[in-house]
Design a protein around this ligand. Structure first.
Ligand code: M6R
Length: 611
């Protein structure tokens, strides 16, 4: 997830681009840049870090030109740095890109063989080289872009300017968003509407495969087949804040609904289905090293710790390595037993959580191989790690973690499959079956999001409760913990998550007719379905109210529960991804109905960088 802007008109473009990028900073903020064209000269200005660094450079260098493109980056390939910041340019062609080019390594190898040199670690730079080659072979800019994208596998929203064709921006998109803004004697391109509202409210949404040629006078839009097409112009009456949230009332709600896309991005380019394997960029563990692993230690806090518990089920079951899941804040103050046969995995959305970072350093210092599963490339944990695996969820703004959690779960599942293949605990065919299930997850999340109406009804019935209990067994235990954490952090209702079997060892004393108990009960043996039904009976016998998360076709639990929320059936190890989503929505709607500040709940910070 990155932000793109483009401007062509009669004004200086650089200040317009920087001001548009400010509205898109929520899409990424590890570096930014602009490329402007004036009298057949391309000027590129880039800076690592927040947008103000670019703003300072632009005000010092004052790049001139009434046409230009800009970008704010969320790193996926290549650490945050000036060299990896967009725009990327080659022989007068400058490109900005949002998306992932899956075959960039193969394309780079081909281009290098033809004498090209690359100046960044990014996948994006190949676009500048491919387009430049097409221009050299006599094509005009739109055709050069069209031919270049034919060679690329992956997702993109791409905007291109060129010093030899200085009056037009060419942009195209597939699976990443891109809109056009229509003005008088000036026109605009952007990843999202907020970047444009200052200048125009007349917006054209590009469709998959569209290519647009944008000049100061107008926009020509072509479909994938190269035919000229008309797309409707929509008048947007959102406020800038509403636009940033994509029409959702809160970032948390937007991020919950983004999960099909976020999970698809996590999987993208990594599933080697025919080989029954997983590709992680920068993977450096040899098969011998993996076979010699005696233990995996997962280090994390909060929601990331919950995903670690689900990860334990996945790795132990598929790769047969013992896994310990440690609260980072406890691990660092013990005298933990760690040696060079251990793999320490830090899981963190931000990559900056102080306790996780300190525990990670401790484990690495004692000889463990250090792997970071992070959403933020270039964060402290990815810098500390021997291997980093990005979750690719895009920036998460709401303090309550949602898409960070589900993308961590699918990353851990891929890791379990990869380790299983390397250790020989999974055959090619078994790995293929697991990977096929993973490919179905984005669709399943789309399905489960349809439960929002029933969740809202439950939220209305229980919004005034003082306490909640969440129960789950096996892989549903971390889901219970996560459901309780979500509810308490944004609704301020006291909530406890418990393994179902533990209920009779204490929490059962709390149950009375005022206590809602959320039971996560998909129908699987691993989840001890029969036993969780036992829990439901125990709650009912004490007058407690049962809200059950059940498979679509479950009639038995439905007959016992006071309320049910139905989810599509998933295999036991992937069911946590699907089952968590109704609980995110429940917490969201309860908090919203209670009038709380959902995105910035009291006393909490998005990233806890202090002990
Ligand atoms: O950035 P991290 O994943 O390391 O953050 C860890 C926790 O602080 C975080 O998950 C926290 O529990 C969230 N507010 C949960 O929604």
């Amino acid at each position: 997830m990155c932000g793109i802007v483009g401007y062509v008109g009669d004004k200086e473009s650089a200040p317009i681009l920087v001001s548009g990028l400010k509205k898109l900073e929520y899409r990424g903020y590890d570096s930014a840049g602009v490329a402007v064209v004036s009298r057949n000269t391309l000027n590129v200005v880039r800076a690592t870090g927040k947008l103000r660094n670019l703003e300072n450079r632009v005000s010092q260098e004052e790049p001139k030109g009434t046409i230009g493109i800009g970008h704010t980056r969320w790193a996926t390939h290549g650490r945050p740095s000036d060299e990896n910041a967009h725009p990327h340019s080659y022989k007068g062609v400058a490109v900005v890109h949002n998306g992932i080019i899956e075959n960039h390594l193969a394309l780079k190898a081909e281009l290098r063989a033809r004498g090209h040199h690359f100046s960044s670690e990014t996948d994006t730079e190949v676009f500048a080289h491919l387009i430049s080659d097409e221009l050299d072979s006599g094509r005009d800019l739109p055709e050069a872009v069209r031919q270049a994208i034919k060679q690329v596998k992956g997702t993109y929203a791409l905007a291109v300017v060129c010093s030899s064709d200085p009056n037009r921006i060419v942009c195209t998109k597939d699976a990443s968003p891109m809109v056009l803004g229509l003005g008088e004697g000036q026109n605009f391109v952007a990843s999202d509407v907020p970047a444009l509202l200052e200048h125009t409210r007349d917006i054209v949404y590009m469709e998959e495969g569209d290519l647009a040629v944008v000049t100061a006078q107008g926009v020509a839009l072509y479909n994938r087949q190269g035919q000229l097409v008309n797309r409707p112009t929509r008048r947007i009456d959102w406020t800038p804040m509403m636009a940033e949230k994509g029409g959702h009332k809160h970032f948390m709600h937007k991020e919950i609904w983004e999960q099909p896309r976020a999970v698809a991005d996590t999987l993208r380019g990594r599933m080697l289905l025919s080989e029954g394997d997983v590709h992680f960029e920068g993977w450096s563990l040899s098969p011998e090293k993996v076979r010699a692993l005696s233990k995996v230690t997962i280090l994390a806090c909060g929601t990331s710790w919950h995903s670690g518990i689900a990860g334990k089920h996945m790795i132990e079951s598929l790769a047969r390595i013992p896994v310990e899941v440690e609260l980072a804040s406890e691990f660092r103050y013990r005298d933990p037993i760690v040696d060079s046969t251990h793999l320490a995995i830090a899981i963190s959305q931000s990559g900056e959580t102080a306790d996780t970072l300190a525990a990670f350093k401790e484990a690495k210092g004692r000889g463990a191989t250090a792997m970071a599963i992070c959403n933020v490339m270039g964060s402290a944990m990815t810098r500390e790690a021997d291997i980093s695996v990005l979750t690719n969820a895009g920036p998460e703004i709401g303090v309550a973690s949602t898409k960070a959690f589900t993308t961590q779960l699918v990353t851990l599942y891929m890791l379990a499959v990869k380790l299983g293949r390397m250790r020989g605990t999974l055959t090619v065919q078994q790995a293929q079956e697991h990977l096929t299930r993973l490919t179905e997850v984005p669709k399943m999340i789309e399905e489960v999001l349809k439960c929002e109406t029933s969740v809202k009804r439950v939220a209305r019935d229980f919004m005034s409760s003082q306490d909640f209990l969440f129960l789950g067994r096996g892989p549903m235990h971390p889901v219970a913990l996560e459901g309780a954490l979500k509810l308490k952090e944004i609704s301020y209702i006291h909530a406890e998550g418990y393994a179902g079997g533990e209920m009779k060892h204490g929490p059962i004393a709390l149950i009375d007719e005022k206590m809602p108990v959320v039971v996560i009960a998909p129908k699987q043996p691993h989840v001890a379905y029969e036993k969780i039904i036992g829990n439901i009976e125990e709650v009912r016998a004490r007058g407690g109210k049962v809200i059950a998360i059940i498979d679509e076709d479950d009639t038995h639990v439905a007959s016992l529960a006071d309320d049910v929320i139905r989810i599509p059936p998933a295999c036991a190890l992937l069911a946590p991804v699907v089952a968590t989503i109704p609980l995110q929505l429940l917490a969201y709607h309860v908090a919203e109905m209670r009038g709380n500040d959902v995105d910035q709940p009291r006393n909490l910070a998005k990233s806890v960088t202090v002990e």
